[in-house]
Design a protein around this ligand. Structure first.
Ligand SMILES: Cc1ncc(COP(=O)(O)O)c(C=O)c1O
Length: 375
């Protein structure tokens, strides 16, 4: 058998080139990053405890105290239902390789964070896109599954709140998707890395692992908690055959996560109310500024205002592709926006991220450019 060949990850290659050199990073998908000092200051005695931390291997599943904290994010989930990974990315890679078999059919919410489709393809699975369209408000119709699923279908992959569109379904719609997966005996891989960033907490969906015994909920410290540098994520699942297969595969990827990351993630989860409050306040303020921007420039852009998360996926009205627009902004103003083609999506779209404190200065630079455009 040939060694695994995988498509280059278009968005990550783009970030590798520009993320750390652009003056205004306006397409990030995480919330404002915390410094180590800010995080330790959230809990009395945390800095001494951090200094005393032993830097040995940690448990493959993740330390029990950390898994308890993660489990407390869910209803009816225990520490035994949690498997910790080096970021959500590792969990995706491991699920697709350890749980699926070559030849399996997979239905993937699209456009998507590329690894949700590319890893399975590289593992020999057949992937069918489940397209979300701007014209339907980026909504997925649960009824579509009847036409997409066949006898060889093993799993459905969804991502709510969604990257890059910011789409969040109503609970009834999500439940209908879950029921459709259940009635067909499909695994539901539910990428929930933007959970807890609902602007109205009442809109938060139940986690897939809570309401479906074959649901795998993907979580991470990177997005809602603003701690991407910890590289710490998890899978939550009540089906222990799935979790066991993933744990056995992880022995060949990272074995275990970094002890400092586990310590800091547990601390952040204990203090999650303060962290989420800070991040949601930044998001809400920035979303108002973004909304004003699109109202002012209605002739140039169309957009769907998200109900959750730090990203939106507007479209240009004046060009069929956003590549030149994004390249011009980067060249002339140092503003980084992510062209839609990086998500395998309609080329006129682009991703804008508004989770960071310096968002408005970047948006101002975009305003300067578009003021020069005829409406
Ligand atoms: C939908 C989605 N899933 C997974 C990931 C990977 O998260 P991490 O970089 O924390 O591993 C991302 C990152 O952008 C994402 O947007």
């Amino acid at each position: 058998m040939a060694a695994m060949k995988i498509e280059p990850f278009a968005l990550e290659r783009f970030f590798a080139e520009h993320e750390f050199s652009a003056r205004h990073l306006l397409c990030a998908s995480d919330c404002e990053t915390f410094s180590l000092g800010e995080l330790l200051a959230l809990e009395p005695g945390a800095d001494e405890a951090f200094e005393a931390l032993r830097l040995g291997y940690t448990e493959t599943a993740g330390g029990p105290a950390l898994r308890e904290e993660i489990a407390s994010l869910y209803k009816g989930i225990t520490a035994d239902d949690i498997l910790v990974f080096a970021g959500a990315q590792e969990a995706i890679f491991v699920f697709m390789n350890a749980v699926l078999n070559a030849g399996d059919h997979l239905i993937v919410h699209s456009p998507c964070y590329q690894s949700l489709a590319s890893v399975a393809e590289a593992a020999g699975c057949r992937v069918t896109r489940w397209p979300a369209e701007a014209g339907r408000g980026w909504a997925l119709d649960p009824g579509d599954l009847a036409g997409l699923a066949g006898t060889d279908t093993r799993a459905v992959v969804v991502n709510f709140p969604h990257n890059p569109t910011g789409y969040l379904p109503e609970k009834e719609r999500f439940t209908a998707i879950v029921e459709s997966a259940r009635s067909r005996g499909l695994l539901l891989f539910s990428d929930e890395v933007y959970r807890f960033l609902e602007y109205d907490a009442a809109d938060r969906l139940p986690a897939a692992c809570e309401i479906y015994e074959n649901g795998v909920s993907l979580g991470v410290m990177s997005k809602a908690f603003g701690l991407a540098g910890l590289r710490l994520g998890w899978a939550a699942c009540r089906n222990h055959d799935v979790l066991g297969a993933m744990a056995a595969f992880k022995d060949y990827t990272t074995i275990c996560t970094a002890a400092p990351s586990e310590f800091l993630a547990a601390l952040a989860l204990r203090q999650r109310d303060a962290i989420l409050e800070r991040n949601l306040a930044i998001l809400r303020g920035n979303l108002e500024a973004l909304s004003d921007f699109f109202t002012r420039h209605e002739g140039l852009f169309s957009w769907q205002r998200p109900r959750a998360g730090p990203v939106a996926f507007p479209a240009l009205r004046f060009a069929a592709a956003s590549d030149d627009f994004c390249a011009g902004l980067l060249r002339d103003r140092g503003v980084l926006l992510a062209p839609g083609r990086l998500f395998g999506a309609a080329a006129e779209h682009f991703r804008i991220g508004f989770g960071r404190r310096d968002f408005r200065s970047g948006l101002e630079a975009v305003s300067d450019t578009v003021r020069e455009k005829p409406a």
